[in-house]
Design a protein around this ligand. Structure first.
Ligand SMILES: Nc1ncnc2c1ncn2[C@@H]1O[C@H](COP(=O)(O)OP(=O)(O)OP(=O)(O)O)[C@@H](O)[C@H]1O
Ligand SMILES: Nc1ccn([C@@H]2O[C@H](COP(=O)(O)O)[C@@H](O)[C@H]2O)c(=O)n1
Length: 201
């Protein structure tokens, strides 16, 4: 039987960290849907048309650490505003969500568009400053040469584009539980999310 957990939220809010932990705790499969848009965005940086890249996407394209750069994140956010790109990625996400044994998907439109009937919906937030601090530390740890100011600007630009687009904008589902992680460490955030999942199991 399927059981779907939808986790949405803005850039670097911690939704991926929570999604991975929830999946591990409950034995669910996990899909980071941002990787789909990042993989399409990365291909456009090489000159491919976004719609063509989205239709040609394969699961193995997601398994690439090079997708986690700020340049690819911006390209992902730009292609994510194109309705044909989003449409080409819907079936893959919905099939993943329906797999037996349970699934956790994190992104921007999971609880609203991809899985409006999800069993559990979370909308994970944190202040832009806190998110930028965490993402800056992560990028520096991976050897990227970025300033805190650049990371904050990137996050604000992506948030504005993701929330402002006409098709599947980033917005909390009406029935989502809001989880602000600004003052929570990872363990506390994960425990709050797991408690919500357990409540619906
Ligand atoms: N509650 C927390 N306390 C401290 N650091 C955190 C917390 N949650 C996540 N982090 C760290 O913040 C960074 C961003 O987290 P994560 O990648 O989970 O965010 P995300 O919302 O999935 O990002 P993206 O939108 O880019 O996919 C990571 O380095 C992660 O380890
Ligand atoms: N369901 C989703 C997931 C992601 N996006 C877009 O992709 C960009 C990168 O996503 P990350 O989660 O890896 O930060 C993001 O800024 C969105 O534009 C989306 O539209 N829908």
């Amino acid at each position: 039987m399927s059981f779907t957990v939808a986790i949405d939220g803005p850039a670097a809010s911690g939704k991926g960290t929570i999604a991975r932990a929830v999946a591990a705790r409950f034995g669910f499969a996990h899909l980071d849907t941002g990787l789909l848009y990042r993989a399409v965005g990365a291909r456009t940086l090489l000159g491919e048309e976004p719609e063509v890249a989205a239709r040609a996407l394969r699961a193995e394209d997601l398994d690439n650490e090079d997708l986690r750069t700020p340049e690819v994140a911006q390209a992902a956010s730009r292609v994510a505003a194109i309705p044909e790109v989003r449409a080409a990625l819907v079936d893959f996400q919905r099939s993943f969500a329906m797999r037996a044994g349970g699934a956790v998907l994190d992104g921007r439109d999971i609880g609203t568009v991809i899985c409006p009937e999800a069993d559990v919906k979370l909308f994970v937030t944190a202040s832009a400053e806190v998110r930028a601090r965490r993402r800056h530390a992560e990028l520096v740890g991976k050897g990227h040469d970025v300033t805190p100011g650049q990371v904050l600007a990137d996050i604000r630009e992506r948030d504005a584009r993701d929330a402002g687009r006409a098709d599947a904008p980033m917005v909390a589902a009406e029935d989502a539980m809001h989880l602000d992680t600004s003052t929570l460490d990872i363990d506390a955030a994960v425990e709050a999310a797991c408690a919500e999942v357990a409540r619906h199991r």
